[in-house]
Design a protein around this ligand. Structure first.
Ligand SMILES: Nc1ncnc2c1ncn2[C@@H]1O[C@H](COP(=O)(O)OP(=O)(O)O[C@H]2O[C@H](CO)[C@@H](O)[C@H](O)[C@H]2O)[C@@H](O)[C@H]1O
Length: 491
């Protein structure tokens, strides 16, 4: 099959979070399975150009209709660690992708509506006719809308679309302007409850809803989150439309790239190891302590890696730091906050803990350091309020770092409590789970983990190995996505 992914991120060249990992990892897996995959991305000024090889212009004069006129774009192509990617660069006063940021501008809705339109124009004008377009999150929700309402009539009638939702919270909203800009026009038609209008804001077009209504298959990134999206408020108002389209909606658990995340060959860690020989992990712990100026000791080391925002349960992350220190453990945090209030709270905390030899807060995005932390830590906390899939607990399992997680979303599908899991036999359990979002719940799971570490080190080691035995590579999800592509092609 010929598959084109249209997305706003692809790791490591453009990575703000887990979406980038998934776009890259899934693309590689599909290629290994013998399919041809291309990725279409915006050409941001701030992307990591050092991760693109052989960048050259692929399509010099792409004219994209926008409002009544056109915007001139150039399309570049290059290889991101073996994956062929196309980067669209618009030349207009809007400066859509020259802002020094990926997201967070006031006109994000227009930036990504334009990108979606430009991606379709690029396919149309360059005569690319993939079997499958795979779109991700609100940024590309308008792709299937425009494909089936416009481009279908211009020679793109056989393309099928899979739409993957990584986060229901951000849905992309705009006024009727976006219909004018993209050429969809016809307000009365699109402002209907079974098409694009937001169920709760009658004046707004909802991009994600468009993606759900028009795509041939829709999924989120774990089976449990698919259930939550339909039957709880986690669907953020999209529950009704998911109900209407339930026959084409499901959950596919994410994988991680096992070549990139591999403690036996990771180029960012000094000690290599596997489940049968964990000596290298001790070396990594030592290296991590040295790098972050933590005192060398026989204390356990707990970490947190991830965005710092309400989704991730920041109040519990904050509490975990102090509870770990109180229990005689060390704590390392690697996180970045986009919200000013959260950012300043953690900067304040960082200053406060600056001289503590058992704690280090690293605020910012640092891919390389994240590898060393996954390898060097004994445990990771993931106390999310909601979590569509979650990659950090899965990466941790691969690195023999025991996850302590809140039982929501994909965390439920990947972490099984050592003491209480009802469905897995003892020898298949791999971490600690708590359910409530209060301090006591977190503390009880953390203290169970720390007690096991201190009092029954052999049992703790067993848990580490059991976690490393899980296969959360792209192998299985890759097969599931190919099954979905096949199904919608022949339906
Ligand atoms: N400061 C930092 N420095 C370095 N690396 C950092 C970092 N902060 C995060 N990362 C890395 O970014 C990735 C984050 O993965 P998550 O699953 O937490 O994604 P996120 O919530 O962004 O995405 C959404 O999409 C993904 C993919 O579908 C879902 O798993 C998830 O539930 C959903 O919220 C991991 O690879 C992690 O190591």
């Amino acid at each position: 099959m010929y598959i084109v992914q249209i997305a706003s991120e692809c790791a490591p060249v453009i990575k703000a979070g887990g979406l980038g990992d998934v776009v890259y990892g899934l693309s590689r897996e599909l290629e290994v399975r013998g399919h041809a995959v291309e990725v279409i991305l915006p050409k941001y000024d701030c992307m990591r150009y050092d991760h693109v090889w052989g960048m050259h212009d692929a399509y010099r004069d792409l004219w994209v209709p926008w409002y009544g006129g056109t915007i001139h774009c150039s399309v570049y192509c290059g290889w991101v660690h073996g994956q062929l990617c196309f980067f669209i660069e618009p030349h207009s006063g809007d400066n859509f992708f020259n802002r020094g940021i990926y997201y967070g501008a006031n006109d994000d809705n227009m930036r990504f509506a334009f990108f979606s339109k430009a991606a379709l124009e690029f396919l149309l004008q360059s005569n690319k006719r993939p079997d499958i377009l795979h779109c991700h999150d609100w940024q590309t929700g308008l792709v299937p809308v425009m494909l089936f309402e416009m481009y279908k009539f211009h020679g793109m009638g056989t393309q099928r679309v899979v739409y993957t939702i990584h986060n229901f919270k951000h849905q992309g909203m705009a006024g009727p302007d976006v219909l004018r800009a993209t050429g969809l026009n016809n307000d009365a038609y699109y402002y209907s409850r079974d098409r694009l209008v937001d169920d709760f804001h009658p004046g707004a077009i909802n991009f994600m809803k468009g993606g759900i209504v028009y795509s041939n298959f829709v999924n989120t990134v774990s089976p449990h989150h698919a259930w939550e999206a339909r039957f709880s408020d986690i669907g953020c108002g999209l529950g009704r439309i998911l109900e209407v389209h339930q026959s084409k909606f499901g959950g596919v658990l994410n994988g991680i790239d096992y070549n990139l995340w591999n403690p036996e060959s990771d180029r960012y860690i000094p000690g290599f190891y596997n489940k049968d020989d964990l000596e290298g992990k001790a070396k990594d712990k030592k290296a991590l302590r040295e790098r972050l100026l933590l005192r060398d000791s026989d204390k356990p080391l707990i970490c947190y890696i991830g965005r710092l925002d309400n989704q991730k349960g920041v109040h519990l992350v904050h509490h975990a730091i102090y509870y770990a220190l109180h229990k005689g453990a060390q704590f390392v945090l690697l996180g970045s906050a986009t919200e000013a209030a959260i950012n300043s709270k953690f900067w304040h905390e960082k200053q406060h803990l600056n001289n503590n030899p058992d704690c280090h807060l690293e605020l910012g995005f640092n891919e390389e350091l994240s590898h060393l932390i996954y390898a060097g830590a004994d445990m990771i906390v993931v106390p999310s309020n909601y979590e569509p899939c979650g990659l950090t607990q899965v990466i941790s399992l691969r690195y023999g770092t025991v996850p302590i997680v809140r039982g929501v979303g994909g965390l439920v599908n990947t972490v099984f409590d050592r003491d209480y899991d009802q469905n897995k036999p003892l020898e298949e359990r791999n971490g600690f789970v708590f359910y409530q979002s209060d301090y006591q719940a977190l503390e009880s799971a953390m203290s169970r983990a720390l007690d096991l570490w201190a009092k029954e080190p052999e049992e703790f080691q067993k848990l580490v190995k059991q976690g490393m035995e899980y296969d959360y590579s792209w192998n299985h999800p890759g097969e599931q996505y190919v099954g979905i592509y096949d199904y919608i092609r022949h339906k």
